[in-house]
Design a protein around this ligand. Structure first.
Ligand SMILES: Cc1cc2nc3c(=O)[nH]c(=O)nc-3n(C[C@H](O)[C@H](O)[C@H](O)COP(=O)(O)OP(=O)(O)OC[C@H]3O[C@@H](n4cnc5c(N)ncnc54)[C@H](O)[C@@H]3O)c2cc1C
Ligand SMILES: NC(=O)c1ccc[n+]([C@@H]2O[C@H](COP(=O)([O-])OP(=O)(O)OC[C@H]3O[C@@H](n4cnc5c(N)ncnc54)[C@H](O)[C@@H]3O)[C@@H](O)[C@H]2O)c1
Length: 493
C-alpha cells in the first residue's frame, strides 16, 4: 500500500471539490483530490450542463417562432438527434480528460477510487483494481462528495428500472411517453425538455409545480407546460409502479388534492398512467453512505452539518476533532446548486489556508471565510420555458422569517422591452421589500429569457442597496430590465 501526505485532501472532484483544491493550492498549500467516477462530478456529466443543452435548442426555436419575420424562416421541426448530439458534446462524451488536464495545470494531485476516512486526517482510497493508497492530511480533509437521486420506497419502483436525473440527462433516445414523478426543479425542466423533443409527458406533481417558488411562478410554468402538451396532474401521488413484459410502465396514482391555478381545491384524479419510461425526481440523498463517517463518530448516509466556516459538526454541535474536517457543496445540504457550492468552496479553501498559516479568520457576517449568501441571498434559474429566475426570500419565506414586508408585483409583459423581445410576451416580476430597512430581500421573475436579468437583483439583495439609491440605477430603454423602474414606481417614492 502506498502512502502520501498533502496539506489538504478533498473527497470528490465535482465542481465544489475542484474549487476547494484550487483555492488551497493558490494559497500555497499542496492538495490532492479523490474521485471515484469522473472528474467534474454530477454537474458536468449528468446535471447542469447536459440538461441545459437538452433545453436550449427548443428555447431558441420558441423565441424565433414568437417573432414575425423570423417565424417564417423556421421551416422544420426540432431535430432531436441533433439536440442529443449537442448535449453529448456538452457532457464531454462522458470523458474527463479535459478536467484531468485542468487539475494537472492547477497543481492538484488526483487519486482515482473510492475515498474513505479511516481516522483523523487520514483517507484510504480503493481503486477500481482494488489497490489501496493511504493519504494523510497535514491540515484538513474536505468532504465534497455531492448527492445522488433519491428513490422513494414505492412498490415496484426499483424493478421497473426508473430513470433518475442521470438517465434523463444522458438519454440516447427520446421516449414516446415519459411519466415524471415529482414537480420540483428536475421534474419541471425535464418535462419542458422532453415535451419539446417530442415525448408525450405526464407529470405527477404531488406537491404542485415548483412549490418552493413564489406561487405565481409555479402557476405560470404549469400553464406553459400544459400549453406545450404536458399532462400536469397536480396533487396526484404515485402509489405503485409496474413495468410489464412489453416494457410499458404503469403507474398507479392515489387520489390527492389538486389546487388549480386559481387556488380552487378539488379531488385530484388518481387512476393509471402508462409510459415507456418513468423519471423519478423527488429530491436528493447525500453521498455519505460509504465514506467512513463512522470512523469519526458521524452517521453514514446523513447530510453533514457544518458551522459558519463549513467545518463539520459532531453530534455535540462542536467541530469534529480539532476542526480538521470540512464539508462543502450538496453534501452539507445548505444549498443544492453548483454556483452556491463553488462559493462555499472558495470560502473553505481560503479559510483552510488562513488557519494553516495562522492568519486571522474572517468569519463575521459577509466575511471572506463564510458563505453568508447561503442564508438569504441564493440566486437560482430554473430553465423551464418560461424561465424562472429568483433570488433571496419569497414573500411567504420573508414573512415566516419575521420580516415586515411589502410585496410589489408588476406585469413583465407590460414593459416596452418585453413587447419588443417577443410578441405576446407573458411574465411577472415580484420584489419583496423589507419595510424596516427599505431594502429588497427577495426578487422573482418568470418569463421568457429572464435568466440573464437575475444578477442585477442578486447584487441588490446581497448589497442591501437602499430603495432610494436604486432610483438612481436607471435601466436602459427599451430593455426588459425596465421592470426595475416600474416596480419602484409601483412601490412609490
Ligand atoms: C438534473 C440536475 C440538473 C441540475 N442543474 C443545475 C443547474 O442548472 N444549476 C445549478 O447551479 N445546479 C444544478 N444542479 C445541482 C448541481 O448539479 C449540484 O448542486 C452540484 O453538482 C453539486 O456539486 P458537488 O461538487 O457538491 O457534488 P457533485 O457534482 O455530486 O460531485 C461529487 C463528486 O464526488 C464523487 N464522490 C462521491 N463520493 C466519493 C467517494 N467516496 N470517493 C471519491 N469520490 C466520490 C462523485 O463521483 C462526484 O464526482 C442540478 C442537479 C441535477 C440533478
Ligand atoms: N436549474 C437549476 O438550478 C437546477 C436544475 C435541476 C436541479 N437542481 C437542484 O437539484 C436538486 C434536486 O432537484 P429535484 O427536482 O430532485 O428536487 P426538488 O427538491 O427541487 O423537488 C423535489 C419535489 O418532489 C416532491 N416530492 C418529494 N417526495 C415526493 C414523493 N414521494 N412523491 C411525489 N413528489 C415528491 C417535493 O415536494 C418537491 O417538490 C434541487 O435542490 C435543485 O435545486 C437545480
Amino acid at each position: 500500500m502506498s502512502e502520501h501526505t498533502y496539506d489538504v485532501i478533498v473527497l470528490g472532484a465535482g465542481p465544489v471539490g475542484e474549487n476547494v483544491a484550487d483555492r488551497a493550492v493558490q494559497g500555497g498549500l499542496s492538495a490532492a483530490i479523490v474521485e471515484r467516477e469522473l472528474v467534474g462530478g454530477e454537474c458536468s456529466y449528468w446535471a447542469c450542463m447536459p440538461t441545459k443543452a437538452l433545453l436550449r435548442s427548443a428555447a431558441a426555436l420558441r423565441a424565433a417562432r414568437q417573432l414575425p419575420g423570423a417565424r417564417e424562416a423556421v421551416t422544420g421541426e426540432i431535430d432531436a438527434a441533433a439536440v442529443l448530439a449537442r448535449r453529448d458534446s456538452f457532457a464531454s462524451h462522458w470523458k474527463d480528460d479535459g478536467q484531468v488536464a485542468w487539475l494537472e495545470s492547477a497543481g492538484i494531485a488526483l487519486h482515482r477510487g473510492q475515498g474513505r476516512i479511516v481516522s483523523e486526517k487520514t483517507v484510504e482510497v480503493t481503486g477500481a483494481d482494488g489497490a489501496r493508497v493511504t493519504l494523510t492530511a497535514r491540515h484538513a480533509v474536505v468532504v465534497a462528495t455531492g448527492s445522488g437521486a433519491l428513490l422513494p420506497e414505492l412498490p415496484g419502483l426499483r424493478d421497473a428500472k426508473p430513470w433518475t436525473s442521470r438517465e434523463a440527462a444522458a438519454a440516447t433516445a427520446v421516449p414516446g411517453r415519459l411519466a415524471i414523478i415529482g414537480g420540483g426543479v428536475v421534474a419541471s425542466e425535464m418535462a419542458t425538455a422532453y415535451a419539446a423533443l417530442g415525448s408525450t409527458v405526464t407529470m405527477l406533481a404531488r406537491d404542485g409545480v415548483l412549490p418552493q417558488a413564489e406561487p405565481f411562478a409555479g402557476e405560470r410554468v404549469t400553464e406553459a407546460l400544459r400549453e406545450a402538451g404536458v399532462s400536469v396532474r397536480l396533487g396526484a401521488e404515485a402509489a405503485s409502479v409496474h413495468r410489464d413484459e412489453t416494457g410499458t410502465v404503469r403507474i398507479t396514482a392515489a387520489d390527492g388534492v389538486e389546487t388549480d391555478v386559481l387556488g380552487v381545491r378539488r379531488a385530484a384524479d388518481g387512476g393509471q398512467v402508462e409510459a415507456d419510461e418513468v423519471l423519478v425526481a423527488v429530491g436528493r440523498t447525500p453521498n455519505t453512505q460509504d465514506i467512513g463517517l463512522d470512523a469519526v463518530g458521524l452517521k453514514p448516509g446523513a447530510w453533514l452539518t457544518v458551522d459558519d466556516t463549513l467545518r463539520v459538526l459532531g453530534p455535540d454541535g462542536t467541530p469534529v476533532g480539532d476542526g480538521w474536517l470540512y464539508a462543502a457543496g450538496d453534501v452539507n445540504h445548505r444549498v443544492l446548486l453548483t454556483h452556491q457550492g463553488k462559493y462555499q468552496a472558495r470560502a473553505v479553501g481560503d479559510v483552510i489556508v488562513a488557519r494553516a498559516k495562522g492568519e486571522a479568520v474572517e468569519d463575521d457576517r459577509w466575511g471572506r471565510h463564510v458563505a453568508t449568501a447561503d442564508e438569504r441571498a441564493v440566486p437560482q434559474v430554473v430553465f423551464t420555458d418560461p424561465e424562472l429566475a429568483s433570488v433571496g426570500l419569497t414573500a411567504a419565506a420573508a414573512e415566516a422569517a419575521g420580516i415586515r414586508t411589502r410585496v410589489v408585483d408588476y406585469d413583465l409583459g407590460a414593459v416596452a422591452g418585453s413587447s419588443l423581445h417577443a410578441d405576446g410576451y407573458r411574465g411577472q416580476a415580484r420584489m419583496v421589500v423589507d419595510e424596516d430597512r427599505k431594502v429588497i430581500v427577495g426578487f422573482t421573475l418568470v418569463g421568457p429569457d429572464t435568466a440573464e436579468l437575475l444578477h442585477a437583483a442578486t447584487i441588490a439583495v446581497v448589497g442591501e442597496v437602499p430603495l432610494d439609491r436604486l432610483w438612481h440605477a436607471v435601466p436602459s430603454y427599451p430593455t426588459v430590465s425596465e421592470v426595475w423602474l416600474r416596480l419602484l414606481e409601483t412601490y412609490g417614492r
